[in-house]
Ligand binder design. Structure first.
Ligand code: PLP
Length: 441
């Protein structure tokens, strides 16, 4: 199945890729190997597992068969050569960065990224002596080029950032990165490999929060790192010495030992050392979620577009940021990169600022007030007072996140029920503002 999987369709592969028949009982589902470790047959096998000459499992922090099945399936869906599963999306981003930089190095990132990643880059990497700059125009190769320094080690961006659904021109930024001998790392959480596969457009490494669409049901956390195995880590000998210069006990560098898998093998070692191991139970639930990924994302994208169109013409709404709308500045990029749908997460700005946003949020009955996305249930969040609370008003204005902006993540409910819920919540906003204008409240 895995060998020919690349030629099968996406929906077939989300069910079958990476699966293998386990043991004598032939379970249909992937077994959950909920065990800390794995027995060695004898003295020599223990040595072989540690020396790397036997690729069997030894300890779940380093590898586990259930986790490995999830890694194979996600790598297949993303068109990568392999993957490393970790305990959360943040762990995937942190593991990638910690594998590629050292004190004195520099990272150049799009400014339009997940706030948790932004804080990791800005505060935590800075504390470790790594400089970070943010590119304010992430679709301008010139803007990226102006930020590149001799010690820049990677470019980082997201395929569909939230809440603005401002699609990345992956191929243009990947070409610029490669012209400077740098890898492009893309967080593909909101798009999922069903909507776009950044590795096919030139990105070198993809990371995900599997807690979102991949798992899909809002039950577990997970993260994953996928590599296409094409980036030449040895080309600039001074850039990634941990991969191309430092020699192990066998006298080889990671590049010499692992070839195309050099980055992934090193990332797995980084994860093993820092310890963000996923639970095999979570890996199972992520695999379970992936089995319906295409169906969910297709339906969620269709409903999101329907709702975005409906909201855009409503008198209580100031604006809607969704690349599926003809009014979006990112509509052309969406047509090019996201022809199957533009995802389920977008922003709606209600007229009346924070007061209106509060009335709207509290009036919703079907939408869940929650900081998560990619769930089967529809969710609502006010970024200015939650995820983006550490930003001052100037920074919020610069990223276009106003006081009236709400982030919606569209689930699998009946679209008409969601529209009715939005309708009554917007009616509450209108009624409240009329009462205020009349001086009644
Ligand atoms: C949620 C999210 C993360 C962090 O993932 P966790 O699983 O919550 O740690 C990273 N990037 C993006 C785009 C996300 O949406």
């Amino acid at each position: 199945m895995t060998e020919s999987a690349g030629r099968l369709g996406f929906s077939t592969r989300q069910l079958h890729a990476g699966a293998e028949a386990h043991g004598p009982h032939r379970p249909r589902a992937t077994p959950i190997y909920l065990t800390a470790g794995f027995e060695f047959d004898d003295f020599d096998q223990g040595h072989a597992r540690f020396a790397g000459t036997d690729d069997g499992f030894s300890y779940t922090r380093v590898g586990n068969p259930t986790n490995a099945a999830a890694e194979r399936r996600i790598a297949d869906l993303e068109s990568g050569i392999g993957a490393v599963l970790v305990g959360s999306g943040q762990a995937a981003v942190a593991t990638t960065l910690l594998s590629l930089v050292r004190a004195g190095d520099h990272v150049l990132s799009s400014s339009s990224i997940y706030e948790g990643t932004r804080e990791l880059l800005r505060d935590d990497l800075a504390r470790l002596g790594v400089d970070v700059d943010f590119v304010e125009e992430p679709n301008s190769p010139d803007a990226w080029e102006a930020g590149i320094r001799p010690r820049t080690r990677l470019l980082f961006a997201e395929s569909i950032p939230n809440p603005k659904n401002d699609v990345l021109d992956i191929a243009a930024i990947a070409a610029l990165a490669h012209a400077h001998g740098l890898p492009l790392v893309v967080d593909n959480t909101l798009a999922t490999p069903y909507l776009v596969r950044p590795l096919e457009h030139g990105a070198d490494v993809v990371v995900h929060s599997a807690s979102k669409f991949l798992a899909g049901h809002g039950t577990v956390l997970g993260g994953v790192i996928v590599d296409n195995g094409r980036f030449d880590w040895a080309e600039r000998t001074d850039a990634y010495p941990q991969l191309s210069q430092e020699r192990g006990p066998d006298g080889l560098t990671v590049v010499e030992r692992s070839g195309r898998s050099a980055f992934l093998d090193f990332a797995r070692r980084t994860a093993m050392r820092y310890g963000p191991a996923p639970s095999p139970l979570n890996a199972f639930l992520i695999l379970q979620g992936i089995e319906t990924l295409s169906l969910r994302v297709q339906r969620q994208s269709e409903t999101a577009l329907k709702l975005a169109r409906w909201l855009e013409q409503h008198s209580a709404v100031e604006s809607v940021d969704y690349s599926g709308l003809e009014s979006s500045l990112h509509h052309d990029l969406a047509r090019r990169y996201l022809p199957r749908g533009q995802g389920s997460v977008f922003a709606v700005t209600v007229r009346g600022g924070r007061t209106a946003a509060r009335t709207f949020t509290d009036a919703l009955r079907i939408f869940t007030r929650m900081t998560h996305l990619g769930d089967v249930r529809s969710l609502v969040l006010h970024p200015a007072t939650t995820t983006h609370v550490l930003r001052d008003s100037q920074q919020l204005a610069a990223s276009g996140i106003g006081e009236g902006l709400l982030r919606l993540s569209i689930g699998l409910e009946d679209p008409d029920d969601l529209i009715a819920d939005l309708d009554q919540a917007l009616a509450s906003v209108t009624a409240a503002s009329l009462l205020r204008e009349a001086g009644i409240v």
